[in-house]
Write a protein that binds this ligand. Structure first.
Ligand code: PLP
Length: 412
């Protein structure tokens, strides 16, 4: 997390200026102390029967995966490639849940071979799965409770038009498939969206899930997915994890009693665990005054941090190079040849060419969504672990860009 002390900015205790001098810019910096604090906050808000599976699509560097494994987390994966990376990072396959959407049966076979917990979200694949594996491989079912939730339509996945999950209105069909193929359902899952502020949304969805458990006698866990909102602005609201912990734990305990067995309570947060722990640093290439605005042009663009252009996401910006500068209004943009604005009308300490701008909340869906658009190299990544900085991904070079291109000899 970006912190200001003794007149300068730091991340995880290391000076931002030193980081930029050492690793250059643009740069992703991850502070593992902040990530661990978030993990503990969630873990401590719930009972001992709670398991947390880090959703690695948010941030997939293998060192981050190893870090979460070491503090006791499991892994939530959405592709076979994430499964393989998780196993490479040392996770026990039993601690990995695989929750794909619209993948082929062939890919699910590969995940079965790895021994991870399979989570299926459509009837067609479930039927094929049952036909092939019967009761020999347990499966979790992703239910769509149709609770409208989440920050906007792109990240809300529980609504009626959503492609995710098996609708609660298809319970009868689902039951028929399970019975006829003798499928052993060991878990129920839901994930209704991202940036859900309201604790009641989780509680309402939980009630719906509890209600359908009577159809599933072999349950071992219920996975409530994720979608916790984190603060993006100073004084921003976030999901009240304490309140959710108290209320959902009570509800869950009551449910387990009526179900007749202690089940495990699972969560699979991405953003909640890593958003605030990540900071993105970019350098000011140019200040451009137009008739209407003062633009700050950075040595980066939407290819490195897509969220503002993709979701209209807010990242708090700070000029870390001029802490005592007069506050002025700027529009901060990237260098991509297409409109790529990081922030409109932002108040920043007077910006000069060469200054470093820090983006907060850059740990989740930052690097993992980065691309080489405009033939730009993807940034380096640095992890701060126990107060020390480590390079965990090299900045790319021209060789990386051309690596898989095959030149036709005749074009020589
Ligand atoms: C993306 C995703 C998550 C993580 O969502 P966050 O909003 O980052 O917490 C969890 N589970 C599934 C199935 C997902 O697709």
């Amino acid at each position: 997390m970006l912190q200001f002390n003794n007149g300068t900015y730091h991340i995880g205790g290391v000076s931002v200026k030193d980081l930029c001098d050492k690793y250059d810019s643009p740069l992703y910096v991850y502070d593992t102390d902040t990530m661990e604090a978030q993990y503990n906050k969630l873990k401590n808000a719930f009972g001992d029967n709670t398991k947390i599976k880090f959703a690695c699509k948010a941030l997939n560097n293998i060192n981050v995966l190893k870090f979460f494994k070491n503090i006791g987390s499991g892994l939530d994966t959405v592709s076979i490639q994430e499964v393989w990376t998780g196993i490479k990072a040392g996770f026990n396959p039993k601690d990995i849940i695989y929750t794909p959407n619209c993948v082929s049966m062939e890919e699910i076979d590969l995940a079965v071979k790895e021994g991870v917990q399979i989570n299926i979200d459509n009837l067609s694949i479930l039927e094929q799965f049952g036909h092939k594996y019967g009761s020999s491989v347990p499966v979790c079912i992703r239910i769509n409770p149709h609770v409208m939730a989440g920050g906007n339509i792109n990240i809300s996945v529980g609504h009626i038009d959503s492609k995710f999950g098996i609708s609660i209105y298809q319970m009868r069909h689902l039951e028929r498939v399970i019975k006829s193929e003798k499928i052993r359902v060991n878990g129920l899952h839901m994930h209704t969206g991202s940036d859900i502020l309201d604790v009641d949304v989780f509680l309402r969805a939980a009630d719906i899930l509890f209600e359908v458990t009577e159809h599933f006698p072999d349950l071992e866990f219920i996975d409530f997915g994720s979608g916790f909102k984190v603060p993006y602005k100073p004084d921003d609201y976030s999901t009240d994890i304490q309140e959710l912990g108290t209320k959902l734990s009570a509800k869950f305990a009551e449910f387990c009693k009526s179900y007749g067995r202690e089940l495990e309570l699972w969560f699979e947060p991405g953003k909640f665990l890593v958003s605030q722990g990540g900071t993105f640093l970019a350098k000011v290439n140019v200040i451009k005054q137009t008739t209407a605005t003062v633009f700050v042009g950075l040595d980066s663009g939407m290819n490195h941090l897509m969220r503002p252009m993709l979701y209209n996401a807010y990242h708090h910006l700070t000029n870390v190079s001029n802490p005592n500068g007069t506050q002025r209004i700027y529009t901060v943009v990237g260098y991509i040849c297409e409109t790529d604005t990081f922030g409109w009308d932002r108040k920043l300490a007077e910006v000069r060419e060469g200054d470093i701008i820090a983006f907060q909340n850059a740990g989740a869906y930052g690097f993992t969504m980065a691309s080489n658009y405009n033939s730009r190299f993807r940034p380096a990544e640095v992890m701060i672990y126990k107060g020390k900085d480590y390079l965990i991904r090299k900045r790319e070079n021209l060789e990386d860009l051309l690596r898989n291109q095959v030149e036709i000899a005749e074009l020589a």
